[in-house]
Write a protein that binds this ligand. Structure first.
Ligand code: PGA
Length: 274
């Protein structure tokens, strides 16, 4: 099952996320089939998680009521198991946060605890994104603590790694990423998602060649826990998704800019389901 994860970064408003939801869910209602084969996750600014979760809940209840009405039965004619199965069939996307603190609570102004994030209905959290590493001076040791904290609260961590242009030019990219992984992955990490995001590809329109991605994925596999999923991120879009997803070992995409357009995000999920 491929994973397509949207990273909205510090973009969108309440109105824009409502509009995104309307666009996305109408495509989903027309053809929900891709989501049997794709795990889609939206990581909006944390304040919008609850809003998207509420939109999704309203949609799913309405869809459930429609199904019950079509069956010419009353909702009370269905067992709890049947209803929860019908609800589970309505899987479009899940939610995630873009970062978390490693403590449950405390004097950490501006930070968000993984416990609170989990309460919003989020099931994933991105950690170690290169923008947090650069703008907030976050290092691998801190990222390791965040992974442990996320796991403690049943949030699946999405660990981002990737080299700068300079590191690649010096042909140190494999060593650099290996070092990041060794320092950031806690012992016994389970269900880890690793996103290889070369910094020079993020938001630039530049994408590594298939060979470059394949080489890095192979190198990551030697270090990562066996059950880890490996995604690619950095200027992934509708045009290049099929090619990147065809690379052996690539389990999905982390999509920034292109995920802000609901149609493009749906299309990328559709491509991933093929
Ligand atoms: P991008 O961002 O798709 O806009 O390049 C990806 C990311 O930073 O996760």
């Amino acid at each position: 099952m491929k994973k397509i994860i949207a990273n909205w970064k510090m973009n969108s408003s309440f109105d824009q996320s409502d509009a995104w939801f309307v666009d996305f869910i109408s495509l989903y209602d027309d053809n929900p089939a891709p989501f049997d084969k794709v795990e889609a996750v939206i990581c909006p600014p944390a304040i919008l998680i609850d809003n998207l979760a509420a939109n999704l809940m309203d949609h799913n209840i309405e869809a459930l009521e429609e199904r019950v009405a079509k069956s010419n039965k009353e909702i009370t004619d269905f067992s709890e198991d049947e209803l929860s199965k019908m609800m589970l069939d309505l899987k479009s996307f899940m939610l995630g946060a873009q970062d978390c603190h490693f403590e449950d609570s405390g004097a950490f102004t501006g930070d968000l605890s993984p416990e609170l994030i989990a309460q919003t209905g989020a099931q994933y959290v991105i950690v170690g994104h290169s923008e947090r590493r650069a703008n907030h001076h976050e290092g691998d040791e801190l990222v390791a603590k965040k992974i442990l904290a996320a796991t403690k609260h049943n949030l699946k961590p999405i660990l981002c790694v990737g080299e700068s242009q300079e590191t690649r030019q010096q042909s140190n990219h494999l060593d650099f990423v290996a070092k990041q992984l060794k320092a950031a992955i806690p012992a016994n990490a389970k269900d880890l998602i690793i996103a290889y995001e070369p910094i020079w590809a993020i938001g630039t329109g530049l994408v590594p060649t298939k060979e470059q991605i394949a080489e890095m994925v192979e190198s990551i596999k030697k270090i990562a826990p066996q059950d880890a999923s490996i995604l690619y991120g950095g200027s992934a879009n509708v045009k290049n998704a099929a090619e990147i997803l065809s690379i052996s070992g690539v389990d999905g995409l982390l999509v920034g800019g292109a995920s802000l357009n609901a149609k493009d995000f749906y299309k990328i999920c559709e491509i991933a389901s093929n």
